[in-house]
Design a binder for this molecule. Sequence first.
Ligand SMILES: [Zn+2]
Length: 138
Amino acid sequence: MRVKKQKRHRKIVRFYSACFGFREPFKVLCDGTFVHHLLAHGLTPADDALAHLLSARALLFTTACAVAELRALGAPYSASLSAAHQLVTARCDHEKRVSAAACIESVVAGGNSEHFFVATQDGELRKKFREDGEAGGK
Ligand SMILES: [Zn+2]
């Protein structure tokens, strides 16, 4: 099961490398749900876990809005919050905080010039990116 998943991830990474000039180390933009998932499954240190999944070096990013969302969730997410603080903060221009999903969407909007992979456990957001990918071929 795990091996199969890894193989699929590798294929996706190869695809993006070939088609869009994604290069190692890959930049992975994580939201709070994903950070929480990594911790809950003991996938730490997170950059090692992702490097293993992608079979490539990975740099983890999050956004100020995603961190703010985690903070708002309070005590049950305090471990995820401090883990998120360890990540590099990708720039977003939201002076007033928006939801992590909206923020991440805006950071990769307009052609995803920073070449971020999006890592989320948010079902709606995953669905959205999948549909975009299939409809637009990108
Ligand atoms: Zn933002």
